[in-house]
Design a protein around this ligand. Structure first.
Ligand SMILES: Cc1cc2nc3c(=O)[nH]c(=O)nc-3n(C[C@H](O)[C@H](O)[C@H](O)COP(=O)(O)OP(=O)(O)OC[C@H]3O[C@@H](n4cnc5c(N)ncnc54)[C@H](O)[C@@H]3O)c2cc1C
Length: 390
């Protein structure tokens, strides 16, 4: 055992209920997720049974209304749950974040009737969601998407291909942004498509650098017919809904990033206090002590930033700028910290015998998803200096 084994993060939580929730999550994480994380990531296996357990434990709808099966938790608490899950396995933490993102459109913009009909199963009934905005030719420029939904009597017929869809091919429901009108952001509408709809199919999952257990796939819509009752919000409102979902989703990515970074720091501290060179633990060398100190400081700053943004959201105040800052800072922090963790483990850090290399591969994707970090900078700058080209 190292002299100073890393302790669980000492979290500031607003209620006893939130403290119990974190204890429950730590217990599930250690018993059900951690033991198989490395092996299943290697094998590219998605742990569906973990998501079923999370749903049964009330952990798949935390920030939503309990009237519809949610957990009534503030974002400040929900995000710390995500951080704990991502620290043991990003496939699970990010999966919960994407599921929450996928449920957002209906929870925030659906009619009462839609919410009563669909939300309980989505938030606590074992279903798994996917969020379909990106396409092969439209990533950062999401408003140029081409998937079309054409009105046919009381139905809509959706045709096109979505790309990079987390849970593509295994999701029970897909929140889909499709073009119903003019070019650009005002011609897009949101729909809730069931996973077993005729004409919906998924390609083989992408072969990714990391997070291999999380299926990411193209999803094809080949004349998928759905009733108008599954349109979310008004015609033409879909892009605004998609962006609003992403403001909250980015906070989830930020929290996951801090979880991965914290796991890498814990690994580095454990290793550095055990490994001896030149007759003493390598943690005694100032060169490494300063690295550990910088890593820990960046993580604390990231956690404080995402929590500050979450508390604004919980108070009903604008938080989009702070969410973009949190996503940018926390994911860049995760990349730096995980890279430094590999360095601290030396040659062993570069092998699959230790989790540091997995954390480094996982961190990279967080700088890309839900708006690359270049796009986050554009969002922040727009809040500071207004839109470009005025
Ligand atoms: C593992 C994974 C899971 C994902 N899950 C989902 C999902 O569930 N649902 C979904 O809809 N999408 C998902 N995505 C897609 C993700 O959101 C996009 O990959 C991302 O938005 C970037 O789009 P792109 O890959 O097309 O890159 P591009 O937009 O082509 O960008 C390429 C490069 O150009 C830069 N760039 C582009 N425009 C600008 C600009 N104006 N200024 C400066 N730089 C710019 C980008 O930052 C990037 O570095 C996922 C992606 C991955 C890798």
């Amino acid at each position: 055992m190292p002299d100073r084994a890393p302790q669980p993060v000492d979290r500031q939580l607003p209620t006893d209920e939130a403290r119990d929730l974190i204890s429950l999550v730590r217990d599930i994480a250690q018993r059900e997720i951690a033991p198989k994380a490395a092996e299943e990531e290697d094998a590219g296996r998605f742990p569906r049974e973990v998501f079923t357990l999370l749903s049964e434990s009330g952990l798949l709808g935390l920030p939503y209304d309990s009237e519809y099966g949610g957990g009534d938790q503030p974002y400040e608490v929900y995000l710390q749950v995500l951080e704990e899950l991502a620290a043991v396995r990003l496939t699970v933490g990010l999966g919960v974040s994407v599921h929450t993102l996928s449920s957002y459109a209906l929870a925030a913009y659906g009619t009462k009737q839609q919410q009563v009909e669909h939300l309980p199963a989505m938030l606590g009934g074992g279903l798994l969601g996917a969020y379909c905005l990106s396409e092969p030719s439209s990533g950062s420029d999401a408003a140029s998407l081409r998937t079309r939904a054409v009105r046919d009597g009381d139905d809509w017929v959706i045709t096109g291909t979505k790309a990079w869809i987390t849970h593509g091919g295994i999701a029970d429901f897909y929140t889909v942004m499709a073009r119903t009108g003019e070019e650009g952001p005002r011609g897009i509408t949101a729909f809730l498509v069931p996973g077993d709809a005729a004409g919906l199919s998924a390609a083989a999952p992408e072969k990714k650098m990391g997070m291999k257990g999380s299926p990411t796939a193209q999803v094809h819509f080949d004349g998928v017919r759905i009733r108008d009752e599954r349109r979310i919000g008004d015609e033409g409102q879909g892009f605004a809904i998609a962006l609003s979902a992403l403001d909250s989703g980015r906070l989830g990515i930020a929290a996951c990033a801090i979880g991965v970074a914290q796991a890498a720091l814990d690994e580095a501290v454990t290793y550095a206090t055990e490994r001896r060179q030149f007759g003493k633990p390598i943690a005694d060398f100032q060169g490494l002590r300063f690295m550990l100190a910088d890593m820990a400081t960046q993580i604390e700053a990231g956690r404080a930033l995402y929590l500050a943004a979450a508390r604004l959201r919980d108070a009903g105040r604008p938080f989009a700028k702070q969410a973009a800052m949190a996503k940018l800072h926390c994911t860049d922090t995760a990349m730096r910290v995980t890279t430094d963790a590999v360095q601290i483990l030396g040659g062993y850090g570069y092998t699959a015998d230790f989790p540091a290399e997995r954390f480094m591969r996982e961190a990279k994707v967080l700088q890309i998803v839900e708006g690359t970090n270049q796009i986050q900078r554009m969002v922040i700058a727009r809040h500071l200096a207004g839109p470009e080209g005025r």
